[in-house]
Design a protein around this ligand. Structure first.
Ligand code: V47
Length: 441
């Protein structure tokens, strides 16, 4: 087996032999690709990768070395641990004022497939979640044109109260950034000239009702061209980032996604990743981390202490980057092929390497599939999400919304990939349990 670039020993700037360069130029796979040597060196020193490095990681035919580099970073952070959780997704309504071209989920009021869950349904889901030992409910929906603001605070309160009445608790991770802005509009507190005030008002009330964190959805690709072509009407990147920053200021953790493999270019994905890591630099500085002279805080350098939930008294932060591969079926962009397996693997690995200040990289098995999530555990991912149960936003061919996987299966998937399965809660604390009773340690 060729020498790993992750432990590359070529001197900096060493030129590859002619034959190797010729093979590289011809696009044949050469392992290790010498173009990756300076990147390996920067990673070994815990330095931030540039956008040019990102381009090299995407362009090299040596995808396995890219995965190996990402794996070495994830092992530095998480050793041989592979995380999963026991959760339940709850899509409260698919009725949406928007009609994003990539989305197959939305319906218009009155459509046959339109639904909006009442509080009784939500309480029942919470009850079932507690009975299954879940620690989290992940709830998102469309931008419903007429539901009042109180529906959303009631949704959160209902989940928490139902769980407590059963002697347990459920972390509510709910509402993407675009939903938060929609709620501010519904509550008539959104002002374009001071949007943060309205966002803050909404988040404070949701937090009071028991909201625990924000999911990473709705980020799509932070690029105006892609926005205008594929999801015009949705908030732009500056507003998405504002929502997460205000959430962090209020001590709420959040995640971030990137929806790739449709009309965007790889270069636009890299800019998206760069914008996310700059936003995380700010969040980590709020927690007391010292930025370098360029304002960067790097968590993947050897020996750096990772942020922990007890720090959220000072502010929240992004926990996980979750690359989401585009599912064309049923969307207005159905004619596009969607990303292939190697592109999914590479994008996960590149995201792990570029987002040096995100503690976790998640391979969301529902969209990646379980076999791909297993490969991704070896290519930078440390988390594959959870039991899920119901999921309506994307469905693999032929499957309905019941997309559940059991805990033993999740554990086996992780173990067979060479990692030790560890149950986590939403904030990545380890979970100890006795049947359906659990506590985070
Ligand atoms: O916001 C919509 C995306 C997201 C399609 O934070 C699509 O832990 C692919 O954000 N093909 C929702 N993707 C999912 C999401 C998520 C999932 C798991 C965990 C977490 C977390 C967050 O799904 C949407 C949108 O970006 N999406 N349509 C599609 N056709």
């Amino acid at each position: 087996m060729p020498h790993s670039v992750a432990t590359i020993d070529a001197p900096p700037g060493a030129r590859p032999p002619d034959a190797t360069r010729r093979a590289s130029a011809a696009g044949r796979s050469v392992r290790p690709d010498p173009a990756l040597a300076p990147i390996a060196e920067r990673l070994a020193q815990g330095r931030r990768l540039t956008l040019d490095d990102g381009r090299t990681l995407y362009d090299t035919p040596d995808i396995w070395s890219v995965c190996e580099l990402a794996d070495s970073v994830r092992r530095r952070l998480h050793g041989d641990v592979g995380y999963y959780n026991i959760n339940r997704h709850l899509n409260y309504s698919n009725v949406c004022a928007l009609s994003c071209k990539f989305c197959e989920f939305y319906a218009k009021a009155g459509d046959e497939k339109a639904y909006t869950r009442d509080l009784e349904y939500i309480a029942d889901q919470a009850r079932q979640a507690v009975e299954a030992g879940a620690t989290e409910i992940h709830s998102v929906g469309g931008l419903h044109p007429t539901l009042p603001f109180s529906y959303y605070t009631d949704l959160v309160r209902t989940i928490r109260d139902t769980a407590r009445a059963l002697g347990s608790d459920l972390h509510v991770k709910a509402f993407t950034a675009v939903e938060i802005v929609h709620l501010a509009r519904i509550a008539k507190v959104y002002r374009v000239d001071d949007r943060r005030a309205g966002i803050r008002w909404v988040l404070e009330r949701l937090k009071e009702a028991g909201l625990g964190s924000l999911p990473g959805g709705g980020a799509e690709v932070f690029d105006d061209r892609v926005h205008d072509e594929a999801f015009k009407g949705k908030i732009r990147s500056d507003v998405w980032l504002d929502v997460h920053e205000v959430a962090h200021e209020l001590g709420l953790n959040s995640n971030a996604t990137i929806l790739y493999g449709h009309i965007e270019q790889r270069a636009e994905r890299l800019v998206h990743m760069d914008m996310l890591r700059r936003a995380q630099d700010k969040a980590l500085a709020r927690l007391g981390y010292t930025p370098d002279s360029h304002g960067a805080v790097t968590l993947t350098a050897p020996g750096v202490r990772q942020p922990t939930p007890d720090m959220t008294s000072r502010g929240g932060y992004f926990q996980a980057i979750i690359p989401l591969p585009f599912f064309p079926d049923g969307s207005e962009l159905e004619h596009l092929p969607g990303p292939g397996g190697l592109e999914n693997l590479r994008t996960l690995a590149v995201a792990r390497l570029m987002l040096d200040n995100f503690p976790h990289a998640k391979a969301f098995w529902i969209m990646q599939t379980l076999p791909m999530a297993q490969l991704m555990l070896q290519a930078g991912a440390d988390d594959i999400d959870g039991t899920v149960v119901w999921y309506d936003i994307t469905k693999v061919a032929g499957a309905g919304t019941h997309q559940e996987v059991t805990v033993p299966r999740l554990q086996k998937i992780i173990r067979d990939a060479g990692f030790v399965p560890v149950e986590r809660d939403t904030l990545y604390r380890r979970v100890e349990r006795d049947g359906r009773r659990w506590q985070a340690v």
